[in-house]
Design a protein around this ligand. Structure first.
Ligand code: ATP
Ligand code: LTN
Length: 335
């Protein structure tokens, strides 16, 4: 048997170091990052340049970048198995982003929901970076010739524009880029975890009200308290149904974290009250996050090791991305 093993597919994903990730980030994205490392060639990135689209306090930002790097490792990202680095350490991202921006239309960027949402949220700072954010994201993905991009549902539109840009570029210059596919969990499997205070909105780490989200680093008492206060409805029945956003959200969290189906979770809570459901979801969440929190404390105490991982990650990423950038530059006629 001399047949070569089939080549592993390439995964690329990124997360902004804009604060401590939430349970939504964990379920929608980070959990899957760790799980994919054995079956794919994974490239994971702390996208600090994307975070600059919102004003950051420099001292705070510096800490957050390092902490975010450690936290993803605590969630299972292994810098030995995956290429794991910080975006600004690899200049090819910004370089390719400029080139791709010349192949992206003003009109298509204007249609991005995240741009509309974030401009409404920060009307005093609707900067050009916020507008061209999806182009930098396309550069991230295309530099590594990624086949799949694991993200939560909110990022689907950005992966689609990335595909459009890549197809347009390939249409002119031949097969330069792999066309990536979004890799999104099903809705009941946590593609969109909702806010605990307003279950019509997604759980977001930049929510002004900390009761809306569970931070990955919240201590158990805080987790239990936040779930206890979670907004539900008044009909008192525990089932997954249209219009029951609060209960659907709790059932989705419970089923994802316990590995049960929604139907099994409904069964387990049949005839029980909302208070009991909240307590159970709270304790399953606290139990899931406990080992992550312990590993995070261990890692942040070992700064030399973290810095070494960051450096090695950037070297690996730079060497892969330089190849794509060189190919692109040649195709478009740069000398
Ligand atoms: P911000 O509040 O700063 O906009 P965010 O919480 O939306 O940030 P990102 O850094 O933009 O987080 O997202 C990281 C990953 O987490 C992305 O893949 C995104 O799709 C996913 N994600 C974010 N929020 C949720 C959510 N509520 N449910 C499921 N996945 C989510
Ligand atoms: N826009 C994403 C973060 C992000 C990303 C990426 C995700 C930046 N570049 C490339 C996947 C692939 C977000 O806000 N969650």
């Amino acid at each position: 048997m001399s047949e070569e093993a089939p080549k592993k597919k390439i995964i690329f994903s990124g997360i902004q170091p804009t604060g401590v990730p939430t349970l939504g980030n964990y379920i929608g994205a980070l959990r899957n990052w760790a799980a994919m490392q054995d079956d794919y060639r994974c490239v994971y990135c702390i996208v600090d340049q994307h975070a600059l689209t919102v004003r950051q306090d420099p001292a705070q930002f510096r800490k957050q970048i390092l902490n975010s790097y450690a936290l993803m490792m605590a969630c299972g990202v292994d810098p030995e198995k995956s290429v794991y680095y910080i975006q600004s350490h690899v200049p090819a991202h910004a370089q390719l982003s400029w080139i791709l921006s010349c192949y992206t239309q003003f009109g298509e960027l204007s249609r991005m929901t995240q741009f509309k949402d974030k401009s409404a949220k920060h009307p005093e700072n609707v900067n050009a970076g916020l507008f061209t954010y999806p182009v930098l994201m396309a550069a991230d993905i295309l530099l590594y010739q990624a086949d799949l991009v694991p993200v939560g549902e909110d990022q689907k539109q950005h992966v689609e524009i990335c595909r459009d840009i890549a197809n347009r570029f390939n249409g002119i210059y031949g097969n330069v880029f792999t066309i990536p596919e979004p890799y999104i969990p099903k809705r009941e499997q946590g593609a969109r975890i909702m806010s605990l205070t307003d279950p019509a909105r997604k759980m977001s780490k930049s929510d002004e009200n900390p009761n809306g989200y569970i931070s990955i680093l919240d201590p158990p008492e805080t987790i239990l308290r936040k779930f206890k206060r979670a907004v539900t409805d008044s009909d008192g029945e525990i089932c997954y149904r249209e219009g029951k956003d609060g209960i659907n959200n709790l059932l989705a969290i419970y089923s994802v974290l316990t590995g049960q189906t929604i139907a099994q979770a409904e069964e387990a809570f049949s005839g029980k009250g909302y208070g009991y459901l909240k307590e159970q979801v709270g304790s399953v969440t606290a139990e899931t996050l406990r080992p992550i929190q312990e590993e995070y404390s261990r890692l942040t105490a070992d700064r030399a090791y973290l810095e070494q991982c960051i450096r090695t990650g950037a070297e690996k990423a730079a060497s892969i991305s330089a190849r794509t950038l060189a190919k692109v530059s040649k195709k478009i006629g740069l000398i």
